[in-house]
Design a protein around this ligand. Structure first.
Ligand SMILES: [Zn+2]
Length: 235
């Protein structure tokens, strides 16, 4: 029985390792999705900045055409100035000319500000583009690493499966059936060592009589509290 228990413990270890690998594999597609999202966010940052520049350029062009329109009004007013007959008319045209000048100097100021903002945004775009390239490089490296790791995990899983197959042949069919029953029931560690009368599966005390019997390794025993297969030994 001691040998049979030893094999179950090995099977248990194979199962733990198999589950660890399977959960790592299950996380891989999420990790790759996260990396893709990171890169796509970095790309969107660039697009946002570019569309800001487009808007500013549009605004700049519209200022420019307002400026030109005012300029032709200004020239017309200047022409009228030489043809006026009365002082009142003269003053009124002068005022028109002044208003146009004020308007255009405001527009000019606005345009200079826009040029400044455009320049800053263009610098930001080239900074973001550089950043994007380095993010892309890192993400490609991380993806490659994940893919290699996945391949390795799959190879390890196949090896563990094979090991399970060859080891489990040495367990008596009745014991294997009991082991499988407990595995299904517990959905975790199915076989647990008992040291100093305490079941390591549930941390509860085993009755003294049972603890004594365990040390003889002459029959299969179950923890009366958690139903795991138990054996005498250290965890
Ligand atoms: Zn227990």
């Amino acid at each position: 029985m001691r040998e049979q228990i030893g094999i179950l413990v090995q099977l248990q270890e194979i199962e733990i390792e198999t589950n660890r690998i399977k959960s790592a594999l299950a996380g891989v597609s999420g990790k790759i999705g996260g990396l893709d999202a990171e890169l796509s966010n970095a790309g969107q940052e660039i697009e946002k900045e570019k569309s800001l520049i487009d808007e500013l350029r549009k605004k700049y062009r519209s200022c420019e055409s307002d400026y030109q329109a005012n300029l032709s009004l200004y020239n017309k007013s200047q022409e009228r100035l030489s043809a006026v007959k009365t002082n009142k008319e003269y003053q009124s045209v002068l005022k028109e000319i002044d208003d146009i000048k004020v308007k255009n100097s405001r527009i000019e100021e606005e345009m200079l500000k826009d040029l400044d903002v455009i320049e800053t945004a263009e610098k930001e775009v080239s900074r973001l583009k550089k950043e994007f390239l380095s993010i892309e490089e890192r993400i490609n490296r991380e993806k490659e690493f994940l893919i290699n790791e996945t391949e390795q995990d799959k190879t390890n899983l196949a090896a563990l499966d094979e090991k399970w197959g060859s080891i489990s042949k040495n367990v008596s069919p009745e014991l294997m059936q009991k082991f499988n029953m407990v595995r299904e029931l517990i959905r975790g560690i199915a076989i647990a060592p008992v040291a100093d009368s305490i079941c390591s599966g549930c941390n509860m005390n085993i009755p003294p009589q049972m603890y004594n019997e365990l040390q003889r390794f002459d029959s299969i025993k179950f923890c009366p509290h958690c139903q795991r297969i138990i054996y005498w030994g250290k965890a």
